[in-house]
Design a protein around this ligand. Structure first.
Ligand code: TNX
Length: 495
């Protein structure tokens, strides 16, 4: 019952190779609907545009014959992102309560499509966690805007719904701030540097720099929204701020000492001072940031803040005393509270790294528990909303294996199986893979580290916990990789 004779022999397994695994899937082995040149898509405009693009359909949906039909229905029980999908001789029909649910149905169709054929299926699907993310550090290495578009597409393909964009760090400032143009003019560029050391132990001296305009990032945000992906920006404070201090030395604790944008990796000991004017500066930056990124959450960092400069600064001591803190080393918590209350005025909530667990997570804040699983458990016990990102399981900048063929990485030993085996706590908002970019200078390098491990993260975030058989994941992943091949993804082949 197809609109065209079936001529192509099956080239894939009878059981569809979906990643992440759907909650329920029924197939009718051996039966397919073949999409013809005239196949059309009917449904809400935004999602039909996506379906036409990713399924490569240009037909008229009002014509006779089977078509792809996407329907918004007020369906109880499938949550914000769930969907139902049927493929049979009458075509493909998806329904969901939201456009996002329909986007995931379209991505399922895209994964099912081989040789212009869709296997007959019945799927009822919804994610296990609402936060399924990928973090990308564009501060250590700026990536071309076109790659960010592509990366968003690849997240959406795997039903990952959040891109956490790490926009600032010691080694570079990438976000245009109209009130403080030197942030990108000076803070956006570093002289010679860093790719750390290469295998021969030499420093790889490559100047590096660039930034994104607000208009560019707005375009990216809109593109992502059409693909079910929200973008959470991060401006990391009060540590990891050397690029900003190099642009505006009055932000630092030693304004007489001119700092360069940092050229080494690791943590700078130069942090923001505790002056009111400096708080105002970060608030100004955040005002422009929320104007570009509509995401409910803004990540304000808070990781790895050395306190030596505060301990040595009379000004910081005064501030700590005035705020009745135990000492200047508690200024981290104070910083986070100041920024959180400002963002609350914009209707936003903050996200912070888990260093804030000791000094107080600001009200309404969510914790990114990164240091280890004990920190994840600690955040949970303290009753915080948390995203589980323990580095031992989710830092995709770590090499998958040791060996002469592995590109240089900041650390090692995070094989695919270990990523896939991770279980976030039940109460977590979800899970996220991190791509710090010290050793990821190009899109190809990012893709090599991101895939296929990000597919494992996607599965951890989406699929049911009792559905996590590694052999089954391996089988589906092998069936899925040809699609990544077709998209030209520079992934690391399976061992
Ligand atoms: C720790 S994780 C950092 C980053 C580094 C990363 C390298 C975190 C909150 N801070 O600044 O890039 O390790 O893996």
């Amino acid at each position: 019952m197809t609109d065209e004779p079936q001529t192509t022999p099956p080239t894939h397994d009878e059981t569809p190779a979906l990643v992440p695994r759907p909650q329920t899937l029924r197939t009718r082995p051996g039966e397919y609907w073949t999409l013809g040149p005239g196949t059309g898509v009917a449904g809400p405009d935004e999602v039909t545009a996506l379906a036409r693009e990713v399924l490569d359909l240009s037909g008229d949906p009002t014509g006779p014959g089977p078509r792809v039909e996407l329907t918004l229905v007020d369906e109880a029980g499938l949550g914000d992102e769930g969907y139902r999908l049927t493929v049979d001789e009458r075509g493909a029909r998806a329904s969901a309560a939201t456009a996002t649910g329909l986007v995931w149905a379209v991505q399922t169709l895209r994964q099912l499509l081989r040789d212009r054929r869709l296997p007959f299926v019945e799927i009822v699907d919804r994610p296990r966690y609402g936060w399924r993310g990928a973090h990308l550090d564009v501060a250590r290495h700026m990536q071309p805007l076109s790659f960010l578009y592509r990366f968003v597409d690849l997240l959406s393909l795997h039903k990952l719904n959040t891109l956490h964009l790490h926009l600032t760090d010691d080694q570079g400032w990438r976000f245009e701030v109209t009130r403080y143009p030197k942030l990108t003019e000076i803070g956006g560029f570093r002289r010679g540097s860093v790719v750390g050391h290469n295998r021969e132990g030499r420093t790889n001296d490559v100047p590096h720099g660039g930034s994104y305009t607000q208009a560019e990032l707005r375009g990216l945000v809109a593109h992502a929204a059409r693909r079910g992906v929200r973008i959470m920006p991060e401006v990391d404070a009060p540590g990891h701020m050397q690029a900003a201090i190099s642009a505006y030395p009055w932000l630092g604790n030693r304004p007489d000492e001119l700092l360069p944008v940092r050229v080494e990796w690791g943590i700078s000991r130069h942090v923001l001072n505790a002056r009111e004017r400096t708080v105002e500066f970060v608030r100004d930056v955040l005002d422009e940031l929320v104007d570009v990124f509509p995401c409910e959450f803004v990540h304000i960092g808070g990781d790895e803040v050395p306190t030596d400069e505060w301990l040595a600064s009379p000004e910081a001591r005064e501030r700590a005393a005035a705020e009745r803190l135990g000492g200047p080393e508690e200024l981290l918590g104070w910083w986070a509270r100041r920024l959180a209350s400002h963002l609350a005025g914009h209707g936003r909530r903050v996200a912070v790294w888990d260093e804030l667990l000791e000094q107080g997570v600001p009200e309404g804040g969510i914790v990114f528990a990164w240091q280890n699983e004990e920190r994840v458990a600690l955040a949970e016990r303290a009753g915080h909303e948390l995203v589980a990102v323990p580095q031992q399981h989710t830092y995709l900048d770590y090499a998958e294996a040791e060996g002469p063929d592995e590109p240089l990485a900041i650390g090692g030993g995070l094989p695919l199986a270990k990523v896939h085996a991770y279980r976030p706590p039940k109460s977590a908002l979800g899970v996220q893979g991190q791509l710090w970019s010290e050793y990821l200078p190009t899109p190809a390098a990012v893709e090599w580290r991101a895939f296929p491990r990000l597919a494992a993260i996607a599965e951890t975030g989406w699929s049911a916990e009792d559905d996590r058989d590694p052999a089954d994941f391996d089988r589906r992943l092998r069936g899925h990789l040809p699609l990544l091949d077709a998209l030209g993804v520079h992934y690391r082949p399976l061992d």
